[in-house]
Design a protein. Structure first.
Length: 547
């Protein structure tokens, strides 16, 4: 079995675990031993034990179940194994929920009551979210189930299984099992979920569900008692190997992220274009190793943005008019327009030398966001605008500046006032601003009041790059308020400092970033295709091993 190859595919370790369990319940994980007492003897003993318990009044005699047929058998049994219906093999009990709104049934301390949420698949239930009072426990009519009892979900989520670690009761979406003599509880943990997923289920409000009849009619493949123990030991051994592979993968991911951050960090720490070239050479030497996963390409793209706003991505042209000339022109035009009352006043304070996070190239300058952009505010009622385009924060991809979707006001079912926006504006979400949801729109419409329509007084495309960059995001992190739903208010936004290059260099930066981001997008497509191929290969190997 090619464990290492499967494990390196996306989701490979999960597929390995599923493969191990599939092989275990089909009798393909350990060799059969001809000296083992066959399962037919075990099943005969279980039938005798059931008759004794019925005679003693400890269990009820159920309606006879039909014998298993070859047509129902999902696979060929190994030598010494046998088929049996669950209702003839195990005692089981469906749980219940006492009246949930009545406090006399519930307590902060008392009898544990298990819901599906309390169960970890293949885990042990030690703690429960809710506990029952004496009166709540009395609703069940029997003593709490003992530690070691098997629990399995059969409603909403079919086949989630766990073992009770403490005496407890459980709800009606869970069935509890009582293995009889000769059945290994650990082995039954592997068999029951596999069998449950082959059962005859029906649709419920929140998922699939089995009922008592379909549970009873499930057919299970049972090996000899001694082989059950060997299978359990082998599964434990292989699951430990999966744990090691998973831990190794996590360690490698951490090491990869650390190496990537270090090398990309040297790029953004470069003081001059010449130093950047030297540091880039180090990254280029490890390009295939570093950029072998989507999150690495995301980090590279953010590095490109950071280099862009630091003036390290394109060379400066001494003949360009300096940014100070541009800012003075913006200030003059703004004062002229203010006289007519058409613009709000920009923040008067200049960016102090103690505020800036890095040194700018010679022709660049720092400015307040409110100096180089205007936040437009034109709130209108959605009434009468039902056919107009509308966008909300959910329509914008985080961190990329890309619009995912637009819909009409009617389709969005807008009830409250929205901002009117115009082509060429930046739409920026002020709710959870650390997600960096901003986009330049090329159409008119309405946007959620949770968004800022922004008029840029410099290159709109360059300002968007700034908004998406780490330089801007660091300021957002400091300024956003509220814990549950962080928000960026207008006063904080207008006070942000923005690195401003000469107007001609803004265009060169935008062109260069566009080219590089196009290469990043191509690299993502290649990685996605490669990962898809790896996943298909892993699936094919799993299927071939399981057949």
């Amino acid at each position: 079995m090619h464990f290492e190859r499967i494990a390196t595919a996306p989701g490979g370790v999960t597929q390995l675990r599923e493969l191990i369990l599939a092989l275990a319940v089909r009798g393909k994980l350990v060799p059969q031993d001809p000296s083992d007492e066959p399962a037919s003897m075990l099943l005969q003993g279980i039938r005798s034990e059931r008759e004794r318990l019925i005679a003693e009044g400890k269990i009820k005699r159920n309606k006879p179940l039909p014998p298993t047929t070859d047509e129902e058998s999902p696979f060929e049994l190994p030598q010494g194994w046998g088929w049996i219906r669950l209702g003839n093999l195990l005692r089981f009990r469906i749980g219940r929920t006492p009246p949930s709104k009545d406090p006399q049934y519930w307590s902060d301390s008392g009898y544990s009551w298990v819901s599906i949420a309390d169960m970890d698949h293949f885990g042990v239930v030690q703690q429960t979210q809710r506990k029952l009072t004496e009166r709540g426990a009395a609703q069940f009519g029997y003593d709490p189930l003992l530690a070691g009892t098997l629990l399995m979900s059969f409603k909403l989520t079919i086949g989630k299984i766990a073992v009770l670690g403490v005496p407890a009761y459980h709800n009606e979406a869970i069935v509890s099992f009582y293995p009889l003599a000769g059945l290994d509880t650990e082995f039954m943990k592997f068999v029951l979920p596999s069998a449950a997923k082959t059962g005859s289920s029906k649709n419920a409000l929140m998922g699939q569900t089995l009922n008592t009849e379909s549970l009873s009619n499930l057919i299970l493949a049972i090996p000899p008692t001694n082989e059950q123990s060997r299978i359990v030991a082998r599964v434990d051994e292989l699951m430990r190997l999966c744990d090691e592979l998973e831990a190794k993968g996590q360690l490698e991911a951490e090491q990869h992220a650390s190496l990537l951050a270090t090398l990309l960090g040297t790029l953004t720490d470069s003081a001059t274009p010449e130093e950047l070239v030297a540091n880039w050479q180090r990254v280029a030497e490890h390009f295939d190793l570093l950029l072998d996963r989507p999150e690495a390409v995301d980090a590279l793209e953010q590095t490109i943005l950071q280099l862009a706003v630091r003036g390290l991505l394109v060379p400066q042209d001494p003949s360009d008019k300096p940014a100070s000339f541009l800012l003075e022109q913006i200030r003059t035009d703004g004062n002229r327009q203010d006289a007519y009352g058409t613009l709000r006043k920009s923040p008067a304070s200049e960016v102090g030398s103690d505020e800036v996070p890095f040194e700018l190239p010679r022709l660049w300058a720092w400015a307040r966001f409110g100096q180089i952009a205007e936040i437009a505010s034109d709130l209108v009622s959605p009434a009468g605008h039902q056919s107009v385009w509308q966008i909300g924060p959910d329509c914008i991809e985080k961190g990329t500046g890309r619009l995912l979707a637009r819909r009409t006001v009617a389709d969005a079912d807008v009830k409250s006032a929205n901002h009117r926006f115009q082509p060429g504006q930046i739409i920026y979400s002020k709710i959870r601003p650390s997600l960096s949801k901003a986009v330049i729109v090329d159409f008119a419409g309405l946007c959620s009041a949770d968004m800022y329509p922004i008029n840029s007084k410099i290159s709109t495309e360059y300002l968007l790059l700034v908004i998406l960059s780490r330089c801007f995001l660091d300021q957002v992190t400091v300024a956003e308020n509220r814990v549950k739903m962080p928000k960026l208010n207008q006063e904080a936004l207008t006070g942000f400092h923005v690195p401003v290059p000469p107007l001609a260099e803004q265009s060169r930066i935008v062109d260069r970033v566009t080219d590089l981001r196009r290469l990043c997008a191509d690299l993502r497509r290649r990685l996605a295709a490669s990962h898809a191929t790896q996943s298909r290969l892993a699936e094919a190997m799993v299927q071939s091993a399981a057949t």
